[in-house]
Write a protein that binds this ligand. Structure first.
Ligand code: FE
Ligand code: FE
Length: 176
């Protein structure tokens, strides 16, 4: 690994970390969608999967502009966050409680991404990389919007979880 000296070097390292995070998420989000019970939540994960592919593509575009490769770094934080998501998927939980667990895991992911994109956007602005800064801002906004949607979902879904297994069982039997 070459020595990191300049802000540009740090920028490239951080972008690689984000690229690894996004590509790991592209594999994880379909599993989150499959595990979700509420149709809106499942659709939300599907929608964010498509956005996430766009995030990876924007990073690729930035790397092309820098004449660098996006590969070669594994984001260990995202690996851990995805493991927590996998735990949520495997948990023995009522449907509403499971959805609440999935939302909890997903919001941690979004906040992590928001932190990462805020950082690299600041670097891009400092270095006068205007086009990259715009692309990073677009992704940052989508992460923020996704986090907000997850909060909205939590506000309806978590209420059901609070009512517990019994209430969930009753509402399920009502549909029979
Ligand atoms: Fe993303
Ligand atoms: Fe995201």
């Amino acid at each position: 690994m070459s020595k990191i000296n300049t802000l540009h070097d740090v920028y490239v390292e951080q972008l690689k970390d984000l690229y690894s995070a996004e590509t790991q998420l592209i594999k994880a989000l379909p599993k989150m969608a499959k595990a979700a019970t509420a149709p809106d939540l499942a659709q939300g994960f599907e929608d964010h999967l498509e956005q996430t592919k766009g995030h990876a593509a924007r990073l690729e575009e930035i790397f092309t502009g820098l004449d660098e490769k996006p590969t070669g770094k594994k984001c260990k934080a995202m690996e851990g966050l995805i493991k927590e998501g996998a735990e949520a998927i495997e948990e023995n939980a009522s449907p509403a409680a499971k959805d609440a667990l999935l939302i909890a895991a997903a919001q941690r992911v979004e906040h992590y991404e928001i932190a990462g994109y805020g950082t690299v956007k600041t670097y891009a602005n400092l270095m006068g990389e205007e086009k990259a800064a715009r692309l990073l801002e677009q992704t940052l906004q989508e992460e923020v919007e996704t986090d907000e949607k997850l909060t909205e979902a939590a506000e309806s879904i978590n209420v059901e979880a609070e009512e517990g297994e019994e209430a969930v069982a009753t509402s399920t039997s009502r549909h029979r």
